[in-house]
Design a protein around this ligand. Structure first.
Ligand SMILES: *Cc1c(COP(=O)(O)O)cnc(C)c1O
Length: 377
């Protein structure tokens, strides 16, 4: 029997596409004694975080809400529709938009696709009629790591129907890639993905068209976006703000500024690591699941996906994400959001190659790391 002394000593690695690990500088920043939210001290932190978000998103307004990402999805449907919405369902999160719409009593028209297949612009236009008040879709559908053609969708929608609100769930796209928001009215983000913060803060970027709407038509109580906007323009919130997460958000932007990096550097790094990871996985004969992969995560489909994830967890303490529903036990997902040090992703790829060897699928020959590093150069 194996003695416990032969076990590898390594810190557990969280490699799920949300929540992502919080780096030490963020955890330290959040560890200060509790600040009251109605103080000049906190308002100054809020103001800085808000200004940096506005700059990052390149949108005229932004709101921060104390909720997970789903709260912002609900707030968007509640405030920008009254009767009918169109939703794109290519996975769990697209399905959620439809479920929220029905829970709020909206008529929901849903375009359902396979989880590896991006929605076509034509199918959206075919399902659009003059009663549809908003169209809701994911920029990256995290269920399968699928990227939808969001720029083309948003542009075609606004050309055909300028009054329709374009609501984009960018929870696994914000902080991953530079987003073209020219035709997007509501852009939704969440703290626990690329921002590397704890869960509990949702972000909504707003176009001038959507700002005008909520200034006069807002509804609901906790998620009343008009009321929030009035407060947040004065650097405060309608209800108690998630102060520590906002302090962490400011620390995220401060770190970028103090190290001389900017968001484009993050986007460039993430894209490079994602591309190199996919090449590495393919060099092992593994199949990337989505037809149009997002750079936020790499998703592999294999009949032995569950066994690979199990070996990574037990032998290397690496926590990958599996699949849900129809993809249960059929895929594994590797996170690229936030800042992933090269030695960590390299360790993960090496462990996957070793797992394939252990499962007698493929002999280990260091291809995974060789391909990864060759692709990075
Ligand atoms: C994580 C995620 C969400 C939000 O989930 P919460 O658990 O409510 O934060 C929504 N959409 C996508 C695409 C996601 O990846």
């Amino acid at each position: 029997m194996e003695s416990k002394h032969t076990k590898i000593i390594t810190t557990p690695l969280l490699f799920t596409p949300g929540p992502t690990p919080s780096p030490e500088f963020i955890r330290n920043a959040m560890a200060i004694p509790t600040l009251h939210h109605r103080t000049p001290e906190f308002e100054s932190i809020f103001s800085t975080a808000r200004a940096r978000l506005l700059k990052m998103l390149e949108m005229p307004e932004v709101l921060m809400l104390a909720s997970s990402g789903t709260g912002a999805m609900e707030a968007a449907i509640a405030n920008f529709s009254t009767k009918k919405i169109l939703t794109i369902n290519s996975g769990k999160f697209g399905e959620r938009f439809g479920a929220i719409g029905r829970a709020l009593g909206r008529e929901v028209v849903e375009i359902i696709n396979e989880w590896d297949t991006p929605v076509s612009v034509d199918s959206i236009l075919q399902n659009l009629d003059s009663n549809v008040e908003c169209v809701c879709f994911q920029i990256c559908e995290s269920a399968g790591g699928l990227s939808h053609p969001y720029k083309e969708i948003a542009k075609a929608l606004k050309e055909r129907s300028p009054h329709t609100f374009v609501i984009a769930d960018a929870i696994t796209a914000m902080g991953v890639e530079r987003l073209d928001v020219s035709h997007i009215d509501v852009l939704i983000g969440g703290s626990q993905k690329a921002f590397m913060l704890p869960p509990g803060l949702a972000i909504l970027g707003l176009s001038s068209y959507s700002v005008k709407h909520i200034e006069s038509n807002s509804c609901g109580y906790y998620f009343n976006l008009g009321k929030e906007l009035k407060n947040q323009r004065k650097n405060t919130t309608a209800y108690t703000a998630p102060t520590s997460i906002i302090i962490g958000l400011k620390a995220y932007f401060d770190m970028l500024e103090s190290t001389g990096f900017n968001m484009d550097d993050i986007y460039h790094y993430t894209a490079k690591v994602a591309t190199a990871t996919r090449k590495s996985l393919e060099s092992l004969g593994l199949k990337i699941y989505p037809k149009t992969p997002s750079n936020s995560m790499s998703v592999v489909i294999a009949e032995y996906a569950k066994d690979v994830a199990k070996i990574l967890k037990n032998d290397f303490k690496i926590n990958l994400a599996g699949g849900q529903d129809r993809l249960k036990d059929r895929i594994f997902r590797i996170n690229h959001m936030g800042y992933i040090p090269l030695h960590e992703i390299s360790f993960v790829l090496n462990a996957i190659e070793l797992a394939l060897d252990k499962l007698s699928i493929r002999k280990f020959d260091s291809s995974a790391n060789r391909t990864f590093f060759e692709s990075l150069i």
